[in-house]
Design a protein around this ligand. Sequence first.
Ligand code: TGC
Ligand code: FAD
Length: 392
Amino acid sequence: MYKDDYQHPDYYQLDELLTDEHKLIRDTARAFVKKNISPIIEDYAQRAEFPKHLIPGIAEIGGFGPTIPVEYGGGGLDQISYGIIMQELERCDSGIRSTASVQGSLVMYPIYSYGSEEQRKKYLPKLASGEMMGCFGLTEPDFGSNPAGMITNFKDKGDHVILNGAKMWISNAPFADIAVVWAKDEAGDIRGLVVERGMEGFTTPETHGKWSLRASATGELVFDNVKVPKENIFPNVKGLKGPLGCLSSARYGIAWGALGAAMDCYDSALRYSKQRIQFDKPIAGFQLTQKKLAEMITEITKAQLMVWRLGVLKNEGRATPAQISMAKRNSVETALNIAREARQIHGGMGITGEYSIMRHMMNLESVVTYEGTHDIHLLITGMDVTGINAFK
Ligand code: TGC
Ligand code: FAD
């Protein structure tokens, strides 16, 4: 039976910056992950299947909409709690964290922030409990980094609209009950609307053959003259700032989450290097191994401080989208570099499913691309510090 020995690295005693509630949330999430996800995740990833039976348990630990107010079924927690939960989930697998990010930040957040009271009451409690699952459709085949160019659109037909177009690379699409879809109205303004499974002309073909995020289901959203009631349109937002606002919330969670993958790789490499004997001594005793481990823990510590401070700013409503971009980019880059170094420390064992390293490394290749690519986030930072737009 697989044994999960994970202990999180805390070189600068950052635990002292957390409240007792934060630590309780972390311990609860970690215990759930160790008991329920770690033993099965490798099999599901190998089979390229999302472990749907975990949904009620992820809801139970507050994984869906932790910051949404309690009256709508959410956790009513602060932003650091949200980050901690994402970190514990991604410590095990980015695909599991993806499902929680999408549900909380990309489906519940827009319904709460831009939706009518009726929409909030109809969807949020069921999404929080996992009784209903959602997905988020922004990316299109011809518009990834540049979502403003989207061609998915709807036309006004009185009490309903007719939606046409297609979205691709959509996490959770194959099993989602609802999709938050971003589309242009007849005036060319981007609007958000909720499309429900079962609406005629709406299909969600699964994307197969991924080498990354294999335990997360990815698919397309295809709209062929789908009749959507007008009451499903979000009344309180218009323009690209709608979906980008959701991304700010999700990217923040990823900044914490990806660091979880880094911490898991480091923890595994440290343990392995003390146990593995070559040339009559533990490989941890060689300077080259120590260089790798010392650099890993240094980068992890820097990134831990960054996301904690970002959490404080977010709690105070002061975190800017550009600050969030910097943290998302830094955490993912840190995690990818550490996964690659940890893989080397594990030698041949590092490519097997006996350790989580290779799975993390492959997963992170999606994380470095979705929610804004590595270079897009660099350009966001560049624009923020210079005031000059280098995208176009
Ligand atoms: P731009 O003119 O800069 O902005 C348009 C409006 O949006 C506002 N804004 C933001 N608001 C909130 N949060 C942010 N992060 C924001 N960024 C911009 C901005 O102030 C403006 O507002 P207003 O009032 O003036 O209209 O837009 P642009 O067309 O020049 O594009 C800028 C760019 C390239 C940075 C942006 O489009 C971008 O971020 N591109 C990357 C696309 C992306 O991240 N896609 C992600 C798809 S979803 C996904 O990947 C889910 S993965 C899920 C999982 O499995 O975890
Ligand atoms: P492109 O935009 O075509 O970019 C290709 C390359 O060109 C990148 O390196 C990029 O950095 C570079 N580039 C583009 N523009 C510029 C520029 N101006 N300057 C310099 N370089 C540039 N989307 C959703 O809407 N919902 C989801 O749930 C979702 N889940 C996903 C799950 C997975 C597993 C993956 C892989 C993707 C998912 N996405 C989702 C889509 C994701 O957000 C996009 O893949 C991402 O935004 C990049 O778009 P693209 O793949 O079209 O790449």
